[in-house]
Each structure stands twice: as structure tokens, then as C-alpha cells.
Design a protein. Structure first.
Length: 139
């Protein structure tokens, strides 16, 4: 039984690590948003943007190093990798902003519930973009 579990963990290592770091990134995003919006009193859009920027930086480092184990070296290749990562995150960031605007700002749903719900869609989109585009293994 232990060997079977160990085998599964090795087989799905990237997905498991993505889940762990995805949860940490989501927690960071929500906490930063909460602090900016509810504690400091920054309006919704700038609070969301600040949370997004910090989350993307954290996600890039963890995804590059531990999840997808990127071996890209050199200034320009790493810069291209970062640009691709940020581009994918911009798309899901726009999705998040749109969801927050429609449901929290316009329809007046509770912003924290909308924020948590939005992050589910964002996590799925981010994984697909990272796996298939940014950190895709070149053969």
C-alpha cells in the first residue's frame, strides 16, 4: 500500500506541487486583497491589482523551481519564460477582474465570496497555461 501511494505521489508530483503552491498563491492573493481592501481601505480594483501582482511573482518563482522544474538558462530565455508566464496570468487576471467587477462591484455580491470563487477558475486557467505553454517541455 505504501509503495502504491509513493508511486502515485511520484507520478503526479507536478500536479500535487501545483496544488500546494496554488493554494498558497490563492491564500496570498486573498490575504493581500483583504488587507488592502478591508484593512487599509484601498478601493476594490487597486486592491485586486496589488494582490494579483504579488501572487504572480510568488507563483512564477514556485512554478519555475518546484512545480515544472524549468531548466531554462540565460537572460533572454528566462525573460521569454517570464513574459509567457505573465501573459498567461494577465489573461486570467483579466478574468478575475471581470468577475470581481460584475459580481462584486456591479451586482453587489459579497466581494470576499466572489474573490474566493473567482480564484477557482483562475487556478484552472493558470495550470493549463503553465503546463501547455510556459513550461512545456521542448522535445
Amino acid at each position: 500500500m505504501i509503495q502504491w501511494v509513493k508511486g502515485l505521489c511520484l507520478k503526479y508530483k507536478g500536479l500535487i506541487l501545483y496544488g500546494i503552491f496554488g493554494v498558497l498563491t490563492t491564500v496570498l492573493n486573498i490575504v493581500v486583497y483583504y488587507v488592502c481592501a478591508r484593512v487599509i481601505g484601498i478601493p476594490m480594483a487597486p486592491s485586486n491589482a496589488i494582490a494579483w501582482i504579488l501572487s504572480v511573482a510568488f507563483a512564477y518563482v514556485t512554478n519555475r523551481k518546484w512545480v515544472f522544474e524549468s531548466t531554462v538558462t540565460g537572460f533572454l530565455p528566462i525573460l521569454r519564460e517570464i513574459a509567457g508566464f505573465v501573459a498567461c496570468r494577465v489573461l486570467t487576471g483579466l478574468l478575475d477582474m471581470g468577475i470581481m467587477f460584475v459580481f462584486a462591484d456591479w451586482l453587489r455580491f459579497d466581494d470576499m465570496i466572489v474573490k474566493v470563487t473567482s480564484n477557482v477558475l483562475v487556478i484552472i486557467g493558470n495550470y493549463v497555461g503553465s503546463k501547455l505553454v510556459v513550461f512545456a517541455k521542448k522535445q
